[in-house]
Design a protein around this ligand. Structure first.
Ligand SMILES: [Mg+2]
Length: 315
């Protein structure tokens, strides 16, 4: 896919204005963001996808606004997401890892959704199986091939490998999966930018979106939520679909919606498009800058958030 040729279909200032209008109408924004490729640029080494201080501050400013709920919904594990944002914790943010299969409430340090433990053993056996197949063929792990452990799933990255080797190990992974009936039953294959992984079947970002929105709605039954989900990858298509079905807005980052094949034509047309994670950051920052103009007495900060605001001011 050609990231640089994507033209914004919905001008960024209109995007921010629409979100502000939702807040002015008394709605709560349920902001759900994918991480890699959406908030941070895709990097060769997944562990280096770190948000800068400004990006982290934007998350804090969004999360602490009384009319905004914030979640990160990622294919990464909750532990990895915690690592990326640990410097700002605790904050009222939901971290939905493993495509929504594992959800953690960062303010209350509480796990809200945890998958079946047996999947961990099954996954470990399959990882060993794929690893052995690669060793049988190459004698050692080829350069640029890395395994990423995610507890209930694992990913094989080949962005740093040469193209032929990358496609070959992708196929080895796929073949091992196709031949393993037990793994086949419990997991599905998820492929993204130079990455292939197995994910427990119930885990997908559509479920992640619905889980977060349900959770916030239960916390505040009277709130009128306007869901917004942003993503860049194949794995985000079901998240965008779910968000549109809930009457919210979907944002495609750095990807042509017409390439999002899980979406119907009218769903592709409904998406807002941003060029890259830098544009995503600038939209979020513009939203944060506009927030004081819509604040009023009914939006007064809760005592807990007020305390956090004071701490931030004093640090
Ligand atoms: Mg992504």
């Amino acid at each position: 896919m050609s990231v640089l040729t994507v033209k914004p279909s919905f001008p960024n200032h209109l995007m921010v204005e629409t979100l502000i209008q939702q807040l002015q109408a008394g709605h709560h924004l349920a902001v759900m963001l994918d991480y890699d490729g959406t908030l941070t640029p895709i990097v060769s080494r997944p562990e280096e996808a770190q948000l800068d201080t400004e990006g982290l501050q934007t998350l804090v400013d969004l999360a602490t606004h009384p009319q905004i709920r914030l979640a990160l919904i990622s294919g990464r594990s909750v532990e990895q997401l915690q690592g990326f944002i640990h410097s700002i914790l605790p904050q009222p943010i939901l971290l939905a890892g493993l495509h929504g299969g594992q959800v953690w409430d960062a303010l209350n340090n509480q796990c809200l959704a945890e998958p079946d433990e047996n999947l961990v053993n099954l996954k470990a056996q399959f990882l060993q199986d794929v690893y052995n197949h690669i060793l049988t063929k190459y004698g050692e792990l080829p350069q640029g091939i890395t395994f990423e452990e995610k507890g209930y799933s694992f990913a094989l990255h080949y962005r740093l490998a040469d193209e032929t080797t990358g496609l070959d190990v992708h196929q080895i992974f796929q073949n091992a999966f196709d031949l393993d009936a037990i793994v086949h039953n419990a997991f599905r294959i998820q492929a993204g930018h130079s990455v292939i992984e197995i994910v427990p079947k119930p885990f997908n970002k559509g479920e992640g979106v619905r889980f977060c929105v349900d959770y916030w709605q239960k916390q505040d039954p009277k709130a009128r939520l306007f869901p917004v989900f942003a993503g860049d990858d194949k794995t985000d298509e079901v998240g965008l679909k779910a968000t549109l079905a809930l009457g919210g807005a979907g944002i495609a980052v750095g990807v042509d919606p017409q390439e999002m094949l899980a979406l119907k034509h009218e769903e592709q047309e409904a998406l807002w498009v941003l060029k890259d994670p830098a544009e995503m950051q600038s939209v979020l920052k513009a939203l944060v800058q506009a927030l004081p103009s819509i604040e009023n007495a009914s939006n007064a900060l809760s005592p807990l958030l007020e305390e956090r605001a004071r701490e931030r001011g004093g640090s």
